[in-house]
Each structure stands twice: as structure tokens, then as C-alpha cells.
Design a protein around this ligand. Structure first.
Ligand SMILES: NC(=O)c1ccc[n+]([C@@H]2O[C@H](COP(=O)([O-])OP(=O)(O)OC[C@H]3O[C@@H](n4cnc5c(N)ncnc54)[C@H](OP(=O)(O)O)[C@@H]3O)[C@@H](O)[C@H]2O)c1
Length: 292
């Protein structure tokens, strides 16, 4: 059987680099659209075809998406400013949709957050920028191109981003158990969704199979990834003492506040049934990242 093929926009990010590598390991033929192809070449596997393209430049996307059947969009919006003239996940996605239509793309997949499917799980409210991403996703839905949206829980991969000087800092009160997901789980679901009629026009929650508090999950992760790292809990207000620019500190504070209110139920049984069980839990994730 011929390899499945996928074009990815946003493959050079923190999570998406691992997702892209895993898709390649699983035998998917991957093309990446990157605004900085030289950088993409350095960090992605040699077998990935890299083409230049910027989501703010529709013409570049029309060229980059030639011959694409299945497309995965992995962009991000990290700001508290709701009044910018351009967001990759809204105006950028509008350009992608128009370029996809021009190229008769058959299937668009995209990453999203669990809050867009289950804001009932978020007792302290959700990140304001979800509105921007949701407006972009509405454009995909309205385009008539079949879609698959992945509404992901918290990625355990992100733990290593919070490490400083052999300590991982958790901010605020984090009392609830969360079904942490990871980049390997999402890569497997994306792989299974390509050329899968059952996955068309579906909105899948993506959660791991085990519920844990932040404290439990980070302790388990670092026991394998790096036992030298200790997990420290700090009051939410101490985010202000990190010396970050005011807007970055505000965004980070809001993220931790939202995490403190995240109280999930398991709602991913259908995702597993359609796209397979996750193969890597938190321990396997820690092992894989450590060895990579
Ligand atoms: N962290 C979590 O726990 C969690 C939970 C649920 C969902 N998510 C979702 O995960 C996503 C974030 O993943 P991440 O951390 O991997 O993102 P990231 O590191 O911010 O990566 C963003 C990607 O977008 C690309 N990009 C930015 N501007 C572009 C442009 N104008 N044209 C083309 N490409 C452009 C970047 O390319 P460059 O390399 O050129 O910058 C990069 O590849 C978000 O959608 C978030 O909602 C995260």
C-alpha cells in the first residue's frame, strides 16, 4: 500500500516538531510549509519535503499547497491583545482556506484546545484568544472542505518548558485531575485520520487515558526524564516576580489560573474508537523525549 501523504503548516513549533517526526517515523510522507525553510530543514527529518510559505501571504500558500489532499494546520495565538490586525489562526487560516479551495484540498485537520468543545470543564474561565482560533475554525467548517478538529487537553510535553535551574515551578492552586495528552498521541490520531472517511467532519476531544493532578503528572514525568529536577509549588502572584515583560507575565498568569480551574471528565471514548488508543502515556513520553 502507498504511504499516506500529509502537508503540515506550522511544523516547526514546540509540539509540532515532535508530531511531525513521529508521523515520519510512522511512515507518512510529509510536506511542510514553512516561512523559514532553512530553519525547518535544520530541525525536521531529512525525508520531509520543505516548501516556503507564509500564512500572511495567500499566493505563497496557493503555490505551496499544489497537489495536497490532506492538510494539518498547527498554528498558535499567544497574546492577550485582542485587537491586532492579523492573527495566524484567523486571518492566516482564511488565507489557508482560500488556497486550499484553489488547490481542491480534500481534508483539513487542525489542533485546538479542549475549552472549545467543553468549556464546562474550565471553572476559572478560558483563555480569551480561543475566540480567534474558533473564528478561523468556523471558516474551515463553512468552506465545505471536510475537516477534522482535535480538541486537546494539556500536553505533558509542555512540562519541560517550565523548568529553570533544575526546578519545575507550578503556579497557583492545581487541585484537579487532568487527562494529560502528548504529542505522540496526537500524531497517532492525525495518522489514523488521514484517508479515513469516518474522521471527516468530526470534532474529537484528545485526552490521555489516565487522570492525574499537575503535581502527580510532573513528578512522574521528571522521575524518568530527569530525576534531578524538583517540582516546586508557588502562589500565583509570584508569576509577577519572574522579571517577564508585563504582557508575557499577564498571559502566563492567566494560563496558570485557567489550569487551576480545569476539572475534566473523560470524553474521548469515541476518539479512541475511531482513531485508536494512545500508545504513549506519561512515562513513555518522558522516555521518548529523553532519548530524542
Ligand atoms: N500546550 C498545551 O498544553 C496545548 C493544549 C491544547 C492545545 N494546544 C495548541 O497547540 C498549539 C501550540 O503548539 P506549539 O507549542 O507547537 O506552537 P508553536 O511552537 O507556537 O508553533 C507555531 C508554528 O506556527 C508557525 N508559524 C507562525 N507564524 C507563521 C506564519 N506567518 N506562516 C507560517 N507558519 C507560521 C511557526 O513557525 P516558525 O518556526 O517559523 O515560527 C511554528 O511552526 C496551539 O494551537 C495551542 O492551542 C496546546
Amino acid at each position: 500500500m502507498a504511504n499516506k501523504k500529509l502537508t503540515i503548516i506550522g511544523a516547526t513549533g514546540f509540539l509540532s516538531t515532535t508530531i511531525t517526526r513521529q508521523l515520519v517515523n510512522d511512515g507518512v510522507t510529509v510536506r511542510v510549509v514553512a516561512r523559514n525553510p532553512e530553519n525547518a530543514k535544520k530541525i525536521l527529518p531529512d525525508s520531509v519535503e520543505i516548501v516556503g510559505g507564509d500564512v500572511s501571504d495567500k499566493q505563497s500558500l496557493i503555490t505551496a499547497l499544489k497537489g495536497t489532499d490532506a492538510l494539518y494546520i498547527h498554528l498558535n495565538t499567544e497574546t492577550t491583545d485582542m485587537n491586532l490586525p492579523f492573527y495566524t489562526e484567523r486571518e492566516g487560516v482564511q488565507n489557508i482556506v482560500e488556497a486550499a479551495k484553489a488547490n481542491k484540498v480534500k481534508h483539513i485537520m487542525q489542533i485546538a484546545g479542549l475549552e472549545s468543545l467543553h468549556d464546562d470543564f474550565f471553572l476559572n474561565g478560558t483563555i480569551e484568544t480561543r475566540e480567534i482560533r474558533e473564528a478561523g475554525m468556523k471558516l474551515i467548517e463553512d468552506s465545505g472542505i471536510p475537516y477534522t478538529f482535535f480538541y486537546c487537553s494539556f500536553f505533558a510535553d509542555s512540562f519541560i518548558r517550565f523548568v529553570d535551574n533544575n526546578a519545575l515551578y507550578l503556579f497557583g492552586d492545581l487541585p484537579h485531575k487532568i487527562f494529560f495528552t502528548n504529542s505522540f498521541q496526537l500524531a497517532r490520531h492525525i495518522h489514523q485520520a488521514i484517508e479515513n472517511p469516518r474522521a471527516l467532519n468530526q470534532k474529537y476531544p484528545v485526552q490521555g487515558h489516565e487522570a492525574m493532578t499537575f503535581q502527580e503528572a510532573t513528578q512522574r514525568f521528571f522521575m524518568i526524564y530527569d530525576p534531578e529536577v524538583s517540582v516546586q509549588k508557588l502562589p500565583l502572584e509570584t508569576v509577577n516576580e519572574l522579571g517577564l515583560p508585563a504582557t508575557e507575565a499577564a498571559f502566563l498568569r492567566r494560563i496558570w489560573e485557567v489550569c487551576g480551574g480545569l476539572d475534566e471528565r473523560f470524553v474521548s471514548a469515541e476518539t479512541y474508537e475511531h482513531l485508536g488508543q494512545p500508545l504513549a502515556g506519561i512515562d513513555e513520553l518522558a522516555r521518548q523525549i529523553k532519548n530524542s
